[in-house]
Structures are given as structure tokens and as C-alpha cells.
Design a protein around this ligand. Structure first.
Ligand code: ADP
Ligand code: MG
Length: 236
């Protein structure tokens, strides 16, 4: 079977006026199913640009991106949206929950777009919230939850479609150390249960949970290292 992710000679340029910025400058790597990968590097090195490509939020200027055996380098916005819905779940630093929806409504949202029936949506969202330890908070709105709980809701939302790939851009960036460890323990558990997890962080402690580190500098991949992952405590 092909790797879950394969990128080859990926280039992303941003144009502003006459000048051109090469945010990604010829990046190639493959990620197998079941890996837990941390993307590291200084600010401005291309980490988020890489995640946005991997997450089909944006297309590369040059190069090839094969996701789950399919070339997704040059798809239209609609096609990318469909692939996002089926193949991956995204977790953001700022949680990105809808303030007017309760936890259940936020988690069920991707299933609305996928055309799942309301009753089935609620059942699956309940199951996902139970999985992240929030079975007793389903009627709470984001403002009634702590930062860590909000990030758990976001993780449940990423899991609810049963996509094979979870992408997280600085998921602990807004959380204190103890809560960060809980969130990383949860992501490690999700990985152990079979999901491929890719995470961006600039904190070595957080990257320690991954089994592989990709390090970026100036839009280039400068290091690709396997490591023994730190195993998180189980919190749910
Ligand atoms: N939408 C954009 N338009 C113009 N430049 C951008 C845009 N997004 C990112 N960049 C630039 O691309 C480079 C890489 O950015 P980014 O991938 O966000 O870095 P990181 O996440 O590693 O901090 C930076 O120089 C940044 O300013
Ligand atoms: Mg970034």
C-alpha cells in the first residue's frame, strides 16, 4: 500500500507586489499510516504552510502531494473540501469552536456537511465526546468550558468523521503545561489506537510525544529523525 502522505519537491510561493516569498522551497517526505510526527522549526520556517498543504486547505505552487494514494496537488476548492471531510480532522491552536453551539453541536458539525442524519450525528458526536472524556459536558457551550476542555471538543470534532489522519497546528499553544500534557496524552492514545497524527510545535517537550520529528528551516526540511516517544498518562 502507498504511504498515507507523500510530498515531492513541494514549493509554495507568496507574492506581494513585486516581491516573491518562497515559504516552502522544495520539500519532500513520506508519512506512513500510524505514524506520530512532530513538525518543528523557528517561526516563519514554513510549518503552518506545510500543515495547510497537508490539510488540503491550500494547494502547492509546484510539486506533488499524494494523499491516501490520490494526487491532490491540483484539485479545485470543492474537491479539496470533500477530501478534507473524508480523510482528515484538523485541530487548531485557538480551538476554532462555534460559540453559539454546545459541545455536541460543534462535534456534530462535520457530519452535517457529510450529509449524515440528525439522530446518527448526535449518536456519533456523543461517542466522540465520551472518547475525549467529556461525556458529561455535551450541553456546555465553549465559553462554559476551560481551554483544555475546549481543545478536547475540537479533538472530538476531528475524530467524529473517523478520518485516518489528525493534523494539529500548535494544539497546546494556548494551554498551560499540565493541560498541554493531558492533551498530548490524549493525542498519543488516539495515535496508539491507529490514527496517523501530525502536529506542529516549537516546544521540545511536546515534540517528545512523537515518534518522528521533521525540522524545518527557511522553507526547507533540514532534519528527519525517528525517536522513542514519551508515553502520555491516560487521562480518560
Ligand atoms: N498567506 C500568506 N501570504 C504571504 N506570506 C505568507 C502567508 N503565509 C505565510 N507567509 C510567509 O511564509 C513564511 C512561512 O510562514 P509559516 O508557514 O506560517 O511559518 P511557521 O508556521 O513556521 O511560523 C513566513 O515568512 C510567512 O511570513
Ligand atoms: Mg505557524
Amino acid at each position: 500500500m502507498a504511504a498515507l502522505i507523500e510530498v515531492k519537491d513541494l514549493v509554495k510561493t507568496y507574492r506581494s507586489g513585486d516581491s516573491e516569498l518562497r515559504a516552502l522551497d522544495g520539500v519532500s517526505f513520506a508519512i506512513e499510516r500510524g505514524e506520530f510526527v512532530a513538525i518543528m522549526g523557528p517561526s516563519g520556517s514554513g510549518k503552518s504552510t506545510t500543515m495547510n498543504m497537508l490539510g488540503c486547505l491550500d494547494s502547492p505552487t509546484e510539486g506533488v502531494y499524494m494523499l491516501d494514494g490520490k494526487d491532490v496537488s491540483n484539485l479545485s476548492g470543492d474537491e479539496l473540501a470533500r477530501i478534507r471531510n473524508v480523510t482528515l480532522g484538523f485541530v487548531f491552536q485557538g480551538f476554532n469552536l462555534l460559540p453559539r453551539l454546545d459541545a455536541l453541536g460543534n462535534v456534530a458539525l462535520p457530519l452535517v456537511y457529510a450529509g449524515v442524519e440528525p439522530k446518527e450525528r448526535a449518536a456519533r458526536a456523543m461517542r466522540a465526546l465520551g472518547k475525549v472524556g467529556l461525556g458529561s459536558r455535551v450541553k456546555h457551550r465553549p465559553s462554559q468550558l476551560s481551554g483544555g476542555q475546549q481543545q478536547r471538543v475540537a479533538i472530538a470534532r476531528a475524530l467524529v468523521g473517523d478520518a485516518p489522519l489528525i493534523l494539529a497546528d500548535e494544539p497546546t499553544g494556548n494551554l498551560d503545561t499540565k493541560t498541554s500534557e493531558e492533551i498530548m496524552g490524549l493525542l498519543a492514545q488516539i495515535n496508539e489506537e491507529g490514527k496517523t497524527v501530525i502536529l506542529v510545535t516549537h516546544e521540545p517537550d511536546i515534540a517528545g510525544y512523537a515518534s518522528r520529528v521533521l525540522r524545518f528551516k527557511d522553507g526547507k526540511l533540514v532534519e528527519d529523525k525517528k525517536q522513542t516517544p514519551k508515553r502520555g498518562e491516560r487521562h480518560v
